[in-house]
Design a protein. Sequence first.
Lengths: 499, 500
Amino acid sequence: MTLDYKGATQKYEPTLGLEVHVELNTNSKMFCSCATEFGASPNTQTCPVCLGLPGALPVVNGKAIESTILIGLALNCSIAPYSRFARKNYFYPDMPKNFQTSQYDEPICVDGYLDVEIETEDGPKTFRVDIERVHMEEDTGKSLHVGGATGRIHGAEYSLLDYNRAGIPLVEIVTRIIPGTGKYAPQVARAYVTQLRDILRALGVSDVKMEQGSLRCDANVSLAPIGSGLLGTRSETKNVNSLRSVERALTGEIERQANRLEAGMRIIQETRHFLEESGLTRPGRSKEQAEDYRYFPEPDLVPVTPDAKWIEELRAKLPENPADRRKRLQKEWNVPDSEMTSLINAELVDVVEETIKLGAEPTRARTWWLGEISRLANEKEVAPTSLITTTFVAEIIALISSGDLTDKLARQVVEGVVNGEGSPAEVIEKRGLKVVSDDSALMVAIAAAIAAQPDTAERIRGGNIPAAGALIGAVMKATGGQADAAKVRELLLRHLGQG
Amino acid sequence: MTNIHSTAAEMASALSKKEITSVELTKAHLDRIADVDGKLHAFLYVDSEGALVQAAEVDAKRAKGESLSPLAGVPIAVKDILAQKGIPTTAGSKILEGWRPPYDSTVVAKLKAAGVVILGKTNMDEFAMGSSTENSAYGTTQNPWDLTRTPGGSSGGSAAAVAGFEAPLAIGTDTGGSIRQPAALTGIVGVKPTYGGVSRYGVIAYSSSLDQVGPFGRTVLDTALLHEVIAGHDERDSTSINSPVPQVVAAAKRLDVKGMKIGVIKELSGSGFQAGVSARINESIELLVAAGAEIVEVSCPNFEYALAAYYLIAPSEASSNLARFDSMRYGLRVGDDGTKGAEEVMSATREAGFGKEVKRRIILGTYALSSGYYDAYYGSAQKVRTLVKRDFENAFTKADVLISPVTPTTAFKIGEKSNDPVAMYLSDIATIPVNMAGIGGMSLPVGLAEEDGLPVGLQIMAPLMQDDRFYRVGGTLEAALLSKWGKPILSTAPDLAVKK
């Protein structure tokens, strides 16, 4: 009988370990001044250093060190006063020097942690993920294997090499083993990578785009019978290209391992490749025999010895933890969880906060970003933030709040701004969007009140002026108390031939 | 009358006085190369056209009255391990045959900027691994003093070019003695600057923590003039030292050692050194005493382990540095018939492209870095390195400079040691500690050994970034020797010229 996920986790305890690779968004590469822009023509962003030409030497990118220290600090790590680069030696065509310059036994950041919160059957629960190390290294080039069934090097007719990525600064964030997550292991992993992504984004050190590979997660998991206190043999799943995939890959891998164990087979220590379509993993490189990378300290580079004062300056610059910030904003804005989640998922928290800071009324700021602007963005298949600035949104909201625009007119203004017709003021001017008067807005409400209470209206027409109170009350209620009652009275009486 | 036998300083002076043009001087050297290099085989590539273009540019600038660097217009030979844009650069290896670098090494760029005219690239042991140039994939260089003997190595081509009057100056590199040993064996001056004193950018790496570029000249002053052109901080070399270049030209001209303490290293004298070598060293010591220096004996007990440690550290780094020669991006490619995988082609290329000594060191280094052996080999070797440094530090508390012979023997016969690697390795026994400690050292010609009439070199060593000290001592001793002999020893070398 095969075990499903539930069955698997009722019998086996998963132990996680996560390795996240982050491409830093520095303007230049780790050890040379080549550009790092994503998607450039192959081999156009290369030089003697990142091509590993004979004689070329590396020089460490100071900005990359700063970014790595910021990451370490944000993950509660200690920053080593002395750390070194080492050479990891192995042959592969997309690695120009046939060694990777990486930190090994002397990493720059050690011993941190990240608290991640997930929803469980018993409500929110926090897991502490211990961070073993955060270190710097350089990325390799990219190989494209042409021909052959698998797209892998074996069986390919030929391979194309692009060294644009070679030497892009990478930071590797390695957790210690994460025990005790039980059936929530995949959720904890996803929450960890999500929070990590949010932190990296808040730090501004990476594009953190999993689909472009600027954030990559290798998910290690092993199983042991519940209560055994043992640690099983782990597999390492690669090619996990989205947050959702982190969860899916681990769920699938836990099931697979459990069923192997059930069938009396052992788990092979290997890397596995996540298959997006099926949610399954296929075997990759065996790690049964540890590869000998012949690490030794990189003699072409001097040790990294960040000044303690500089580290403290960087610590002072750290942004608020994104998780804490969200809790604070949710409270300030007084919005329900569901709406906060929508804002987070749509990546609109920052712009909404900024729009509010620019004076916009909080409810309107959220509604406009999440509603009309997101709708237009969906149509155009772009990010809402690329359509319109927070300043313009705040201006439009101010005009709505002052009664100078109705929602309907405001939508036209937004559309005009998005279409490049200029600022909100220019759009209003050009489109001749005659700013609506208070009177006409109120008249709509008055007409509605009359329609709802025709008898009262008849009495007023007949000269019973005090009866107007009931209709005025209805209009005030309909306008949320925002209308000027004297004005309502004047308009109502005039409309009913008593003004 | 300025000619190819003049010193670089004399050539520079004649050029600045417009007694001769750089084009004339360059042509004279190209003629000499055409005449004698068939015997010496010092050059792997002669860039006649490029040299004459460069010379004409310097002449044009001089004609316009532009201010020029002191060595502008003087020719030079460059070891084939320094990248020069567009010029074949092989490091003496088949694996780089036909490779033309797309960039200039910092030293080549500095030479060009200073108007020093680059005649061509000189022969060397493959990837600087050797002490005789016999490991070159392109044939052995002969010693101008005796064509049956080696000029030393690995910078043997550069040394032979200068000693054979093919160039007044040359650039070499020194990882374990590769400038000082050939300088000693050919009777010229060679300097390994302090590690980090000259940029390594563009120098094909053998052992990154030991490699250093340095100058060759026929006099101490010439060598100093070149040293100041190539030295200085380079932001493209992280290990280059960011502090002012020692004033070596001024030091070379000082001609005074009064009150200086000169330490004789006990472990590098006496037994193990050829009698004629020791005799010349002792004579030099007497001349230094006569010039007012004080001699002290110092002990460096850990030097005996330096050679063994060197042959772990250098091959370890080399095994990694030479990994990039895999046929994928440049250089030789063997076996790519469309049926083989990348790994097979890499393997076939490395099998065919590397020579025996290079393979020996790659295997040695790969082994020494392997897990399980790392601590015993690479780790222990690094400890020895620290001990060697301490030996020097202690010695320099007692002396301003240290001296020793450069080599145990004078130039050996071609083929004499080529089948005995350890015997070959021993010829660097006195020079290796300097590289291990990262300090600078000079090889100064101090006469000929009585038994074979071949040049003997004295090694003068100074603390980190105090390179001016060995120029001061070297310049003083050179003057004393010149007045003793009446003429430079190199003028007694056989005349190789065919054309008279």
